[in-house]
Design a protein around this ligand. Structure first.
Ligand code: PAZ
Length: 348
């Protein structure tokens, strides 16, 4: 930066030498950044990430609704939970045609949000746009249309055999909406997710220990910095593209230490090697100093999780009978969290 500044003093904007110098400077900076990330030793800081990846255009509007929502519950006894859900995309072009995505459907987040609502919590549901949502998740594809029948005089009726499934869902949804305890906040790409996570956490600060963060979204660990993304769709006519992914800074660190230090923070750890689950979760607790990691393995995530705290770890395993009866593991997870959170609140 200093070299740049000194050069600029000698060759101001209108100088013909200025443009080649800027070009060279950019290339050097790029080389430096690539090298930093290739070695994997030194990802950029979270501050650098936010200053080089500008906030999405609608952030202010979403921020205001999140702040209003938190304010509404700050003087009541209602606990507030931020549930993050679904996967983030990582665009490969500014005018995005292609992006990197992941497997997450939002099952964990949307089911958990329902159980939190049932327990009386107010829920900020920060979810990947078009992933599963509380209540509607029970009806996929044409199912909701199958509940409806064309009756006399072009009116519509609900098929009586569908009522037992539809009615309890409708009742719970109505209760949540009428009490104003559900705020839906959609995101799509990684940068949008991280900005929203930051503003939501900061807004929840006012709730103290009554705030819980339940970070179930599958967030990309890699991204392409904006200055290295092509403007337009990558062309297949030239040589195959070389895509260099960079490490995303660990956002849990500022979240716990600075943005919402008094909240009950729960993160998730997904692995495909079950032997790594507990070790990596303990490392995360040590590094970020939050309260709980819920560890799960990709293929068994609907039937088994491990709750890892700094003191111990224990499994929740669904029995075959429970699974056959349609019971969901999130029911058990949330009931555990309710006890842990209430202990946390009373000890604060
Ligand atoms: O969304 P889903 O129900 O298909 O999957 C849930 C999950 C595996 C993404 C979640 O439980 C989780 O582990 N989230 C954190 C992933 C991570 O390690 O970043």
């Amino acid at each position: 930066t200093l070299c740049f500044y000194v050069l600029y003093l000698y060759f101001p904007f209108d100088s013909v030498l200025f443009h080649p110098i800027v070009y060279l400077g950019r290339k050097l900076l790029l080389l430096y950044r690539v090298n930093r990330n290739v070695t994997g030793m030194n990802p950029i800081s979270w501050e650098e990430f936010f200053s080089s990846n500008l906030a999405p255009k609608d952030l202010d509007c979403k921020k205001k609704s999140i702040e209003l929502f938190c304010k509404k519950f700050s003087s009541s006894k209602t606990n507030v939970v931020l549930v993050t859900s679904g996967g983030t995309t990582v665009p490969l072009e500014h005018n995005t045609v292609r992006f990197v995505d992941n497997f997450s459907a939002g099952t964990r987040g949307s089911a958990s949000a329902e159980y939190f609502l049932k327990a009386g919590y107010a829920v900020i549901f920060m979810h990947r746009h078009k992933s599963l949502e509380p209540f509607t998740r029970h009806f996929t594809g044409d199912e909701i249309l199958d509940c409806l029948l064309i009756a006399e005089k072009d009116t519509i009726e609900v098929a009586s055999m569908k009522v037992p499934k539809l009615l309890p869902v409708l009742k719970e949804r109505r209760e949540a909406l009428d009490s104003g305890r559900l705020l839906m906040v959609p995101f799509t790409h990684l940068t949008e997710y991280l900005w929203l996570l930051r503003v939501s956490s900061e807004a929840m600060g006012a709730l103290g220990s009554r705030a819980m963060l339940y970070l179930a979204a599958a967030v990309s660990d890699f991204y392409i910095p904006t200055d290295q993304m092509p403007e337009h769709k990558m062309q297949s006519s030239g040589s195959p593209p070389a895509i260099s992914l960079h490490l995303v800074p660990k956002i849990l660190r500022p979240l716990v230490a600075e943005w919402v230090p008094n909240a009950f923070v729960v993160s998730f750890k997904l692995e495909t090697d079950p032997n790594l689950l507990v070790k990596k979760s303990q490392e995360a607790l040590k590094n970020y100093k939050h309260k709980l990691v819920i560890a799960n393995e990709l293929h068994s995530r609907k039937s088994k999780v491990i709750l890892v705290t700094s003191e111990n770890h224990r499994e929740i395993v669904m029995t075959k009978e429970e699974l056959d009866a349609g019971l969901e593991i999130e029911h058990h997870i949330i009931s555990e969290l309710l006890s842990l959170h209430s202990l946390f609140i009373s000890s604060n």
